[in-house]
Write a protein that binds this ligand. Structure first.
Ligand code: CP
Length: 304
């Protein structure tokens, strides 16, 4: 594995290998001294061309726990602001002997474009509305830890499917793991080619919640919507949000996940976000271990 760009070409065995390695790092992350020497002497550069709280911090913590020299490239104060191209920026950082690039970019395909133009291994930390593969791995890992299995589980991904890289990465990987993926959201934010995803499309929220082992709730990605596709947040909350009265329709042990940032009172009520069904903060915790596993695998160039 030179790069980690997509979940599309991962096999079941490769995903399980990532989870096995993450198990060992999860344990390490509970110790007093949370340090392993796996990436000692390696330089990892995090290039985030788009805002991030969870992914950037999670990668930085993962790199430091693996003893790497972790560098955060700040786009706002970089020469990208003076017109330097993405590839020129990357070539310059390459010359400083970077060992791994972790890249987030607002343009779909930009991370693969970099990977195709550098010998340095690249990890996709989210590209436009294309993919967010490390988020998908931590989502599925969180579900497996809660359910002790994946095959045959019903998962509903609900919200702005069109503009969600999390939805895409999860659909590919969850289907590989034998999970039944259903989609639910306003028709204005359903992709035109949604039938090619091979998922059931739910007609209303009752259908979306029915027999769901896990819900992945997405926020409305206003920054990626070229036009106003959701006329009113209040209306969205009423027809598409997970609210307290929905709990009676959910399975007793159904799990609520959200990649964050959450919009309380819009796609998810505080009741749902803070309930004992919520695994939102477990996702964040597991994200560090998952990213440690992926960093190690990419560094060693091993097939996941
Ligand atoms: N889940 C996620 O990608 O969050 P951030 O945008 O804060 O990194």
């Amino acid at each position: 594995m030179k790069n980690f760009l997509s979940t599309k070409d991962l096999t079941k065995e490769e995903i399980l290998n990532i989870f096995d390695l993450a198990d060992t790092f999860r344990e390490l992350n509970t110790r007093g001294v949370k340090k392993a020497p796996a990436l000692a002497g390696k330089t990892v550069i995090n290039l985030f061309f788009e805002n991030s709280t969870r992914t950037r911090t999670s990668f930085e913590i993962a790199e430091k726990r693996l003893s790497a020299d972790s560098i955060n490239f700040s786009v706002a104060v970089s020469s990208a602001q003076k017109g330097e191209t993405l590839i020129d920026t990357v070539h310059n950082l390459e010359s400083m002997k970077a060992d791994i690039f972790v890249i987030r970019h607002e343009c779909s395909g930009a991370v693969k474009f970099v990977a195709d133009n550098t010998p340095v291994p690249v990890i996709n930390a989210g590209d436009g509305l294309n993919e967010h593969p490390t988020q998908s791995m931590l989502d599925i890992y969180t579900i497996r830890r809660a359910k002790n299995r994946l095959e045959g589980l019903n998962v509903t991904i609900m919200g702005d499917i069109s503009h969600s890289r999390v939805a895409r990465s999860n659909i590919w990987a969850m289907k590989t793991m034998g999970m039944n993926v259903r989609l639910f959201g306003p028709p204005t934010v359903m992709p035109n080619d949604v039938t090619s995803f091979g998922c059931k499309i739910c007609k209303n929220i009752d259908e979306a919640l029915d027999d769901a082992d896990a819900l992945i709730i997405l926020r409305i990605q206003r920054e990626r919507q070229g036009e106003l596709l959701i006329p009113s947040a209040r209306e969205y909350a009423r027809f598409f949000g997970v609210m307290p009265h929905h709990f009676v329709k959910m399975k007793k042990d159904s799990l609520i996940l959200h990649p964050g940032p959450i919009n309380r009172g819009v796609e998810i009520s505080s009741h749902a976000a803070d309930s004992d069904k919520s695994a939102i903060l477990e996702q964040v915790e597991n994200g560090v271990a998952i990213r440690m596993a992926i960093l190690c695998m990419v560094d060693k160039g091993i097939k996941a």
